[in-house]
Design a protein around this ligand. Structure first.
Ligand SMILES: [Fe+2]
Ligand SMILES: [Fe+2]
Length: 235
């Protein structure tokens, strides 16, 4: 299966203008399209409506997770409904199998990497924050444990490893993702992990267990030579 992946479209009619032409070829190059979150800028149904108008024209099976921007207006459930009605498969702690390939996805959360992973200690506010991070990791765990397919792809919005946020200011690295997501993937096994969110991070890295991780945030794809609007993976 050929999987075209992109993330962080932050859709606006103006920004989509330069993506329209290159994205129109995706159907010739891939069997499915993966969108790894931040589909909209402010999580407004109007934004989603315009994006969906553009996406249906691509006529390719699409699998997506939401990103933090899609939560901004508190209307994410409405967005999920709108996308489902157009046949887009939204993964939110859930899994999906297609042509022998299993996809497990969730938004993920922040919380840091390595020795910097924040732990639930002290104030209730810190504990609540850490719990949100653990909850997303557990959602991914549940999604992965439901998959029976041998080939598995994990889709998250937040970064699961520090390697693919490198290039961003180090001060904000704990806010770009959490290693808790990678730990789950390592425990259950998968062929690759796709994420976005770190717009100025690095395009690829590996988990400690050796799983390849790809950051397909649109600004990274566009900054490559030649510039691209998605990256294709063979699974
Ligand atoms: Fe983003
Ligand atoms: Fe994001």
């Amino acid at each position: 299966m050929r999987i075209a992946a992109t993330a962080d479209l932050h859709f606006s009619p103006q920004s989509y203008d330069r993506l329209r032409e290159p994205l129109s070829h995706v159907r010739d190059e891939a069997d499915v399209l993966v969108l790894a979150g931040d589909l909209t800028n402010y999580g407004k149904p109007e934004e989603m409506e315009s994006l969906l108008n553009a996406l249906v024209r691509l006529r390719i099976p699409t699998i997506a997770v939401l990103g933090n921007h899609d939560y901004e207006s508190g209307r994410h459930e409405e967005l999920i409904k709108m996308m489902s009605l157009e046949g887009i498969k939204i993964l939110d702690g859930s899994s999906y199998e297609r042509d022998g390939v299993g996809f497990a996805g969730t938004k993920g959360f922040l919380g840091g990497f390595g020795r910097g992973v924040l732990t639930a200690f002290g104030e209730p506010e810190v504990k609540a924050f850490v719990q949100a991070s653990i909850d997303e990791a557990m959602k991914l765990e549940r999604a992965l444990s439901l998959l029976r397919a041998e080939k598995r792809v994990v889709i998250v919005h937040y970064a699961p490893i520090a390697d693919t946020v490198r290039g961003e200011p180090p001060e904000i690295s704990p806010y770009l993702g959490t290693a808790r997501l990678a730990e789950v993937a390592d425990r259950h096994g998968c062929n690759l992990i796709i994420h976005g969110h770190a717009h100025h991070g690095a395009p690829e890295g590996k988990t400690t267990g050796g799983i390849p991780v790809y950051n397909v945030a649109l600004p990274i794809l566009l900054s490559q030579t030649p510039p691209a609007v998605y990256r294709v993976f063979d699974v």
